[in-house]
Design a protein around this ligand. Structure first.
Ligand code: IPE
Ligand code: IPE
Ligand code: MG
Length: 237
């Protein structure tokens, strides 16, 4: 190279096929700044947008994010409404950009209880997504691992409990999608909070104190580098 040093290869190595993220710490991020919690959710939505683009750019095939749990309805009405408002805003903007970004979007969770406007936006993103191949982002909204398993059990019974473990997997929201390889939880808590209970059976877990709005692309690289240092044995030796 005549015009300067060649850019160093990233230390992170190959990214895993499927990364899952519990996007936690928005409220504390806002509180630290003397802002309302909803400002933290707005900042968190921007982080999500940036990380999703980065995942696509580095070749991650699936990104599954936890945006709103079945338990999050316990929060004050104003906060729930603000989160749903941000989802609405995000989807409207995403629909405009999907053709350009060519990122597929899918929703995990019981979306039937969401507002008609949100359901229409979700239907629209589903429809656009059918035209693309490649990186897929799964957004978990009104999602709970136990709720998903209850729903799957009902569906599986209708199917006569066929197919063993794979048969049950095929009844989950994640049917047809490989299990997450790496599960990241920012925000300092070290628990699953009802996220991907079945699918995370052999996920490598990565916890960090960084609050989600502060989560950088470099930190994702660090998590992937750590993942690549782990020895995955799946019960073998
Ligand atoms: C995660 O951030 C977003 C949602 C659960 C909707 P939090 O709102 O849980 O932020 P903290 O954990 O209170 O800081
Ligand atoms: C998990 O975060 C849910 C999402 C990030 C959407 P919570 O903040 O709801 O989890 P807990 O209450 O700390 O377990
Ligand atoms: Mg939290």
């Amino acid at each position: 190279m005549l015009f300067g040093k060649k850019k160093a290869a990233p230390e992170r190595g190959e990214p895993p096929a499927h990364i899952a993220i519990i996007m936690d710490g928005n409220g504390r991020w806002a509180k630290k700044r003397g802002l309302p919690r909803t400002a933290g959710h707005a900042a968190g939505a921007e982080t999500f947008r940036r990380i999703a683009t980065y995942c696509k750019d580095i070749g991650v095939q699936y990104l599954t994010v936890y945006a709103f749990s079945t338990e999050n309805w316990k929060r004050p009405k104003e906060e729930v409404e603000a989160i749903m408002g941000l989802l609405d805003k995000y989807l409207r903007e995403a629909i405009d950009q999907m053709e350009r970004d060519r990122v597929k979007m899918k929703f995990f969770g019981d979306t039937s209880v969401l507002s008609p406007e949100l359901r229409a936006l979700i239907a629209r993103t589903d429809e656009i997504s059918t035209h693309f191949e490649g990186c897929q982002v799964n957004i978990c909204v009104n999602y709970g691992g136990r709720d998903e398993l209850m729903r799957a059990a009902r569906l599986w019974s209708e199917r006569g409990f066929e197919g063993g473990e794979q048969g049950l997997s095929d009844c989950l929201y994640s049917a047809g999608i490989p299990d997450p390889d790496l599960l990241i939880r920012p925000g300092g808590e070290q628990r699953l909070s009802n996220f991907l209970l079945w699918q995370a059976a052999y996920a490598e877990l990565y916890f960090t104190d960084t609050l989600w709005p502060d989560f950088t692309n470099a930190e994702l690289d660090a998590a992937i580098a750590e993942y690549n240092r782990r020895s995955r044995r799946f019960g073998g030796i």
